[in-house]
Every structure is written in structure tokens, then in C-alpha cells.
Design a protein around this ligand. Structure first.
Ligand code: GLC
Length: 429
């Protein structure tokens, strides 16, 4: 069973390969998505190292002149997807969306270098300048006032698109009268009850319109755009990434860059204090316009250990919440606390589980010697895949597969974790 699932996962990556980049799944997501691609690379790295590096190299080929790596790169136009290049008007080659997504590449590149050989080191080194420029972009344009905390300008920048975390910020987004009727495609591919509502979608597009009208002037958007919130997932991915960037810099004999990354990290650790919620017992999303905090523990809150964020006491409280929430779900870790009334086990980022976030949470738990919890999370994720297949996401209570099928990142994480098993077995032999 285990071996054949591995083969199915490999087949999914090969099938979703469009030549140099992988689509998250056919039809629903027909382009290259930033964090999906980085996780795809981790999956490819278990059986085809060259292809793994090509995935990340193609991603960086879409990097903007200012350093941003966009969340979607439109290598080829596909009428099946909305909003496509004509809505974003990025004015770049290749065309892309106008904001980023969680910066997970540094960590994946370090993992690939550590598990690989001289070729992996050379490929990582060749991308290193681009990687630094992307991290600098985040610190410059997403934290223009140097608070130690980066904001996101659109819920889509979080990668956790429809989480209740964004409700406070989204409530303030005005929908322009000339927005018109939106030709949505997503609800023709999957069950509308698993997708955002029309009202939410109009607001998403209102933010895109603001960005496009100021020609993606990112300082203007951070200061005056319709939406600016702290996302624990982006903040923690960036912190872990800065830490891993420092390690890469060390390996490449770049002490200046290592110091730069370490000073970002130090400042970010201080900044985390501003989005800790005593009520929730965890780090939560925060609206940077109103100062309001979100109200429940999420899978992003659970990434605190991955970033080594917080005091020992805050970390202990986070671990206690993680354990309590896992006790409430057979297939952890949910994107919203199941003990909260807003929890919806099937709706997009309002309850379901995602393998990629589980992967990062489990690494953080293992780093903190919470080995049993880390193992449980890994086993729970595998159980969902065994039960339903490689779906985009899963119901944490029933393990039912939801959203897109034959999904790249679910397959990739399965492989990355299976490789860990193989390595453990090899060590034990
Ligand atoms: C959705 C997810 C996002 C992901 C994308 C492609 O928009 O919310 O995280 O990157 O799909 O899989």
C-alpha cells in the first residue's frame, strides 16, 4: 500500500509537469504557483534531483525587477482560470500576479542541499542572489516602517486564502461600482460550497484593482491599500527562511549576508510580540489598519515553533493548544480551531487540513523535541491520503478529500515524508 501510494505520488508530479514547472492540479489551477512549486521541488527531489532544481529555477525566472517572486506565473495563457493576466496587468515577462506568497524557497533549498551532493550545492549557489533579493523585498516592501513584522496586501498572499483570519481586514474593503460581473471559473470546477462566496470574491478583486491601478507600487499598497494584515504563516515562513538563508550564506562564505539575515531574524522575533493573543493562547493574524486580532488558533499559529517564535512560555502554550486541537480531529491539523463556532470542516481554509502546512508544523514540533506530536501529525496526514487519495485538502473530522484531485503538493509532501522514512530505515539497518 505504502509503496504504491509513493508511485502514485510520483505519477501525479510527472502528470502535472508542464515542462519546467508543475501546475498544482489540472484545470482548477493551470499555472505555476509559488509555494506549490517549492513544495513540488521537495517531492521531485526524492526521485529526480535535476527536475527538482528546474522547478525552483523556473519559479525565479518570474522574479520581478524589485525582487518579488509572484504568487502565480502565467507561463501560457489559459482561459480556464480567472483572474488571469488581463486582470493583474503585471507588465512583466512572463506575466504574473502582483503579490507574493509564503517565502518557503530558502528552507527547501537548504533541505535539498543537505540531503544532496555537490550538484545540489552548485544549483543552490547559482540561485542564491535571487533568493536574497526576494527576502530583502519582503522586509522592505511588506514592513516599510521596520516593525519586525511583515504585512500581506491580499488574503491570497497568505496562501490561506479564505481563512476567517481575514474577515476583519476584508470587512473594510470597499467594492468599486465599476468592478462588474466577475467571470469566475473556480466554481465551475469544484463544489461551490467548498469555495469562497461571491461577496468575498468581489472584495478579492477590489484589492487587485487597487494594485493594478497604482501599477503595483508596493510601498503605496502597503501604506494606503485596502488591506494590510499580519499573517503568522508568512511571518513564520519568512523567519524560518531567514534562518535558513543565514545557514546557506555561511555555507557559501558570505558572512555579510549571514549577518543581514540574522539581524532580520532578531528584529522579527521581537516583532512577534505584537500579534500574540493571550485569549487564544497563540500567535494570530492581526489587522495592521485597525490593530484588531483574529480570534482563534489556526494551522498558521501552529507554525510558531517552526520559526522558533515566542518566549518559552508562549511556545509551551502553543504546544498545549496544538495537542488539544489534535485531540479533536482524527486528521489534523485544521485550518481553524474546531472548538470555535466559526469552524467549518469542509470550507476552504475555514477548517480543512492541508499537507504542506502540516509538514512545516511537524518540523517545528520535532525541532522542539515534541516528537510524539510531530509523528502523530505525520501519521494523521498520511491516514487522510490513504483514505481518500491525493486531494487538495481534507476534512479533519472524516478524512474526506476535498477541492482539486491528483494534487501536486499533497503528493510532494507524501514523498518528502516517505523519503524521511526510507532514510530512517536505512539508518536502522
Ligand atoms: C489556493 C490556495 C493556495 C495555493 C493555490 C494553488 O489558492 O489557497 O495556497 O497556492 O490554491 O494550489
Amino acid at each position: 500500500m505504502h509503496t504504491s501510494l509513493k508511485q502514485q505520488a510520483i505519477d501525479i508530479l510527472r502528470m502535472n509537469d508542464r515542462g519546467g514547472y508543475t501546475v498544482p492540479t489540472a484545470r482548477l489551477y493551470p499555472y505555476q504557483w509559488e509555494w506549490d512549486s517549492v513544495f513540488a521541488a521537495l517531492g521531485f527531489a526524492t526521485f529526480d534531483r535535476d527536475r527538482a532544481w528546474v522547478e525552483i529555477e523556473t519559479l525565479f525566472s518570474g522574479q520581478w525587477a524589485d525582487g518579488m517572486v509572484p504568487h502565480i506565473i502565467f507561463h501560457k495563457t489559459d482561459p480556464d482560470y480567472f483572474p488571469g493576466p488581463e486582470m493583474w496587468k503585471s507588465n512583466t515577462v512572463p506575466p504574473s500576479s502582483g503579490h507574493s506568497q509564503p517565502p518557503v524557497a530558502a528552507s527547501a533549498m537548504l533541505t535539498m542541499m543537505k540531503t544532496g551532493g555537490a550538484i545540489d550545492r552548485a544549483r543552490a549557489k547559482a540561485l542564491f542572489d535571487k533568493l536574497i533579493r526576494w527576502h530583502r523585498w519582503f522586509h522592505t516592501y511588506r514592513d516599510p516602517d521596520e516593525t519586525g513584522v511583515v504585512g500581506i496586501i491580499h488574503p491570497w498572499e497568505s496562501g490561506r486564502d479564505n481563512c476567517p483570519d481575514w474577515d476583519i481586514g476584508m470587512a473594510e474593503v470597499a467594492v468599486p461600482e465599476d468592478l462588474g460581473d466577475l467571470p469566475r471559473r473556480d466554481i465551475t470546477h469544484v463544489d461551490p460550497s467548498e469555495r469562497p462566496t461571491a461577496e468575498q470574491y468581489n472584495r478579492y478583486l477590489a484589492i487587485v484593482k487597487f494594485g493594478q491601478e497604482c501599477r503595483w507600487d508596493h510601498l503605496e499598497i502597503a501604506r494606503n491599500g485596502p488591506f494590510f494584515m499580519v499573517d503568522p504563516c508568512v511571518q513564520f515562513a519568512l523567519m524560518r527562511g531567514d534562518r535558513d538563508l543565514a545557514e546557506l550564506a555561511d555555507a557559501f562564505g558570505e558572512p555579510g549576508i549571514r549577518d543581514e539575515a540574522e539581524s532580520w531574524l532578531k528584529h522579527s522575533k521581537e516583532g512577534c510580540e505584537t500579534f500574540w493573543s493571550e485569549d487564544v493562547g497563540g500567535f494570530v493574524a492581526k489587522d495592521l489598519r485597525s490593530g484588531g486580532l483574529s480570534t482563534a488558533f489556526t494551522n498558521a499559529s501552529a507554525m510558531a515553533l517552526y520559526a522558533d517564535a515566542g518566549t518559552p512560555d508562549q511556545q509551551n502554550r502553543s504546544v498545549a493548544e496544538i495537542a488539544a486541537i489534535l485531540d479533536n480531529c482524527s486528521y489534523g491539523f485544521p485550518s481553524w480551531d474546531p472548538r470555535d463556532e466559526q469552524f467549518e470542516s469542509r470550507r476552504y481554509w475555514r477548517g480543512p487540513i492541508w499537507s504542506v502546512v502540516n509538514y512545516m508544523i511537524a518540523i517545528g514540533l520535532a525541532d522542539k523535541d515534541e516528537t510524539a506530536l510531530a509523528e502523530r501529525l505525520r501519521a494523521d496526514t498520511r491516514k487522510a491520503v490513504e483514505k481518500s487519495g491525493f486531494y487538495e485538502y481534507f476534512d479533519p473530522l472524516s478524512g474526506e478529500g476535498l477541492g482539486g484531485k491528483l494534487f501536486t503538493w499533497t503528493a510532494a509532501i507524501h514523498l518528502a515524508w516517505a523519503m524521511g522514512d526510507d532514510m530512517l530505515q536505512a539508518e536502522g539497518e
